[in-house]
Design a protein around this ligand. Structure first.
Ligand SMILES: [Zn+2]
Length: 430
């Protein structure tokens, strides 16, 4: 990055607190006249920068790294066919039954994300031919989580009843204690919250670099998914497509500041003066290019008029998935938990005596083609003992916990991508 570019990033972030917010009045069917804010991500960022001035330095460092990564990897990335799959947990925080959206509506949102980020959207052909050469399959997919951070089976959908009538940009929706729902580990999951938002906000996202406990995307229940409570013209799941773009470090096409001299650090999205709304007719230039790319997911047009990301945007997202969000690549969040709920893993296991004085026998005639790992934890999660046996011979081991204090312990047996946890009670050793 040149000195000029660094100065530009710095200036833009420093001035964010004074940046322009683009609000847009429309008639909303439920709330009468209200000001719709298509995206509150920049306002949300301003609040976080005021709370935490260090965030600005962190984001500048990420921007510098991102631009270097793109210079170094652009060619290789164009040849790479790898698909990244991001596990997703959806927190439905509802105050009324209408806000408690259905599983089907959640599934429709995941489907939209998978279509839009793979350019499998049915309206891809609506991208004007002028922009077709830069339209991108971003090679990112999303799956609803199949296991919790604690390795229990899950549908990937959490439902929380709340007394909070509507949420704002203050992060309350992200904490159990404040009427919301705690985030799951952001290194393993993309957290999506769905709730009633005050102020006409459709949604907002946290950029890479923020606090882990508030990391993710918030969308109002009327703009999430394609069915049920989703209301036109924001009823095709594109609010979430847009906000996940921010979560993966995309900016609006007009940059932070707006105006034809500011941009989004992406060369194949033309500069534009500010947001486009409704459904413009192509071409629609606001600066000196052929047309604004108003059909880009990162603009403010109606859901039915958005249909593309670009190759340049894809590179920014790939850069962040290769750095700040790299732990997601090895997340097991979408690997099903087999056997815990039904206890089909080692079904004939015997643990005796239990309680014991410290010697515990673990026996099973069941055989497996891989080794089985045994770990004993205490109540604080400290590992007391580890061992493994060949799964092909069945299990016949004696665990010696005679040196440990009396109390409750957990035996976790793992193998074949499955695991089983049993409680062990030790009495009368110390
Ligand atoms: Zn936005």
């Amino acid at each position: 990055m040149s000195k000029k570019q660094i100065n530009k990033v710095s200036r833009l972030l420093l001035l964010l607190v004074f940046s322009i917010n683009f609000n847009f009045p429309v008639l909303n069917a439920q709330d009468n006249e209200e000001v719709i804010n298509r995206c509150a991500t920049m306002e949300y960022l301003e609040l976080r920068l005021m709370e935490n001035p260090e965030l600005e330095n962190k984001m500048m460092a990420i921007e510098k790294y991102t631009q270097k990564w793109i210079r170094d990897n652009a060619f290789l990335t164009s040849k790479n066919k790898e698909i990244i799959t991001i596990p997703v947990v959806v927190h439905i925080v509802y105050n009324t039954s209408a806000q408690n959206i259905s599983d089907a509506q959640v599934h429709s949102q995941i489907e939209v994300l998978n279509q839009d980020y793979r350019r499998l959207n049915s309206d891809a052909a609506n991208t004007p031919s002028f922009f077709q050469p830069v339209a991108a399959d971003c090679q990112i997919e999303f799956c609803l989580a199949k296991r919790t951070p604690e390795d229990s089976a899950t549908s990937g959908i959490i439902r929380r009843n709340t007394n909070v009538g509507s949420f704002t940009l203050d992060n309350k929706v992200k904490f159990d204690s404040l009427g919301g729902s705690d985030a799951w580990d952001r290194d393993k999951y993309l957290n999506l919250w769905v709730c009633k938002l005050a102020g006409g906000y459709l949604g907002y996202a946290s950029f890479p670099g923020g606090s882990p406990e508030v990391d993710g995307v918030v969308t109002r229940y009327q703009s999430f998914g394609k069915y049920g409570s989703a209301q036109p013209p924001y009823h095709m799941g594109r609010t979430c497509t847009h906000e996940v773009g921010h979560w993966l470090n995309l900016l609006h096409p007009w940059g932070n500041w707006g105006g034809c001299s500011d941009d989004d650090y992406v060369s194949d999205t033309p500069n534009q003066e500010g947001p486009n709304y409704y459904c413009p007719v192509y071409p629609q230039p606001s600066c000196s290019d052929t047309s604004d790319m108003f059909m880009n997911y990162m603009d403010y047009t109606n859901d039915s008029c958005m249909n593309t990301f670009t190759k340049g945007q894809k590179l920014r997202m790939k850069a962040i998935i290769d750095s700040v969000r790299a732990p997601l690549k090895t997340s097991n969040g979408c690997q099903p938990v087999i056997g815990i709920a039904e206890n089909t893993f080692i079904p004939d296991i015997q643990i005796f005596p239990n309680p014991s004085n410290g010697y515990v026998n673990v026996i099973s005639s069941h055989t497996y083609t891989q080794d089985l790992e045994f770990i004993v934890y205490d109540l604080l999660g400290n590992i007391i003992m580890e061992s493994s046996v060949a799964g092909s011979t069945g299990i016949n081991i004696k665990i010696d916990l005679t040196a440990e204090p009396s109390g409750v312990y957990f035996l976790k047996i793992t193998g074949m991508g499955q695991s089983r946890v049993e409680k062990i009670f030790i009495l009368g050793t110390k």
